[in-house]
Design a binder for this molecule. Structure first.
Ligand code: SIN
Length: 268
């Protein structure tokens, strides 16, 4: 059981830290779990390098942080229903997640986060970018914060998954500004893939404000970018971040294993 001191290196001003000094293929102590959780909540996304995880190790690791959410829409890794494959083949043009988004914001209880592990990487590119929704909220004017604090928005998986799946859940309503369930920090909770409109507003009325928020929230200063290497692992807090798969490696294969953890309903 590992319980050593971890080293934490922030990688940008508002989001992302690399953690060194832990082998995630081995059992980790409760103390290490608490240290990792604290870093996750503080930095929004944490990275580990040079890991060597079999699917069963990734599942065991995830179970230390919560209950696994089995994805309804993604192809699972053979023999491991808990792990979703995020795959782009050399002949494919489209990459999953290549627009800014928050996973599972269409659920009544949006996911806590995801543990994402590099299995096969292209020779270049295929990075993932992350944006801090805490920094985004903090930097809005007091006037806009006051307005947004009162509003809710609808989220739906229909446009993305509706064509190919008949198990798309009904649209759900979440506050536009949520409080992190553990730290109480306020964060913006809208994203361009799953948010459809502001409650009580039409789509046409909602779009200008939502578009402004998406652009504001993903400005470079609130973002970090992970360059993957074999054995890299990212763990993001889905409630306070958005992420984006950078699709710049046509002609090459990229295969990642994603485990998503169940969250709870979010409140303002
Ligand atoms: C995702 O959106 O979960 C995938 C991100 C990535 O492939 O980098």
């Amino acid at each position: 059981m590992q319980s050593q001191n971890l080293t934490l290196k922030p990688i940008s001003g508002f989001i992302g830290a690399e953690i060194q000094g832990v082998d995630l293929s081995q059992a980790i102590s409760d103390e290490v779990v608490q240290q990792i959780k604290a870093a996750l909540f503080d930095y929004g996304v944490i990275f580990f390098r040079k890991q060597n995880l079999r699917p069963a190790d990734q599942i065991a690791l995830a179970e230390r942080f919560g209950e696994i959410e089995v994805n309804r829409f993604f192809t699972p890794v053979e023999g491991y229903a808990q792990i979703a494959e995020v795959r782009k083949e050399a002949h494919q043009k489209h990459a999953i997640g290549s627009q800014w988004h928050t996973d599972h914001s269409y659920d009544v209880a949006p996911a806590l986060g995801s543990i994402f592990y590099a299995v096969e990487l292209p020779p270049f590119g295929g990075d993932t970018a992350f944006a801090s929704m805490v920094a985004a909220y903090d930097h809005l004017s007091d006037g806009l914060k006051e307005t947004l604090d009162q509003l809710k928005a609808w989220h739906s998986a229909m446009t993305v998954f509706g064509k190919n799946h008949d198990n798309v859940p009904p649209a759900v309503l979440h506050p536009i500004v949520i409080r992190h369930p553990e730290t109480g920090c306020k964060a913006l909770f809208v994203n361009p893939v799953f948010t459809t409109r502001i409650d009580g507003w039409t789509e046409a009325e909602s779009q200008p404000l939502l578009k402004y928020l998406y652009e504001f929230a993903t400005q470079p200063a609130f973002c970090c970018r992970l360059q993957w290497h074999p054995g890299s692992l990212a763990f993001w807090d889905n409630r306070i971040t958005q992420h984006l798969a950078i699709n710049d490696y046509d002609g090459h294969r990229r295969l990642m294993h994603r485990i998503t953890l169940k969250g709870r309903p979010l409140s303002a």
